[in-house]
Design a protein. Structure first.
Length: 197
């Protein structure tokens, strides 16, 4: 039996994070009821994003420019690099408006269950950046989960060198807490009261 375009659409939607078959069917029906004002613009937006957005070669952020706008911004403090798991965490910190340094996006966390090992994360480039004499502090802004903490340990091991300060987010990050879900005030406090890693 050949797969119809509708089945194919539902199958692709149901593979997205957080969506099961039921939600995928609902979304497919919703989109088909709004072909001109939602479905086609959405398809165009997906295509434009896929073609124009790339990973920043320095920090791993997503942007249309490479290096990204943050890496190129002369107003940012070049002495600090904040290490995050995902671009969503970078956005969460940017929303607070309380951090003016640079970032490094690892691209995930170590995870035995998901089969993510050190070679799957941007650790080599982090190590390289940590040797930049301009860099004085690396802030490990990783979640307070088991995976987040084992990733923080590994990153701290790789970047340890004389004179480099390595800190972690402190107060306010609940155990098991994902950065992306925290409110701006909590992230700001955690950034300001960071402690030595
Ligand atoms: Zn960048």
């Amino acid at each position: 039996m050949t797969e119809t375009p509708l089945h194919h659409l539902i199958k692709m939607l149901s593979a997205l994070p957080g969506l099961g078959n039921r939600s995928a069917r609902r979304i497919a029906l919703y989109l088909l009821s709004r072909r001109e004002d939602t479905m086609k613009p959405l398809a165009a937006a997906l295509l434009a994003a896929a073609e124009n957005i790339r990973d920043c070669r320095i920090c791993g952020n997503l942007d249309t420019a490479d290096p990204c706008a943050i890496c190129c911004d002369p107003q940012r403090e070049r002495t600090k690099i904040c290490v995050v798991a995902q671009v969503g965490d970078l956005w969460a910190i940017e929303r607070t408006g309380s951090y003016r340094g640079l970032y490094h996006v690892l691209g995930g966390l170590l995870s035995a269950i998901d089969g993510i090992g050190p070679e799957d994360l941007r650790l080599v480039s982090l190590e390289r950046r940590s040797h930049d004499p301009a860099c004085g502090e690396i802030i490990l802004a990783l979640s307070a989960t088991v995976d987040g903490q084992s990733t923080a340990h590994l990153a701290a091991d790789r970047i340890a060198r004389t004179g480099l300060k390595i800190t972690r987010l402190a107060h306010g990050v609940p155990v098991g807490g994902e950065l992306d879900y925290l409110d701006e005030g909590t992230i700001t406090t955690a950034l300001q009261s960071r402690s030595a890693a």
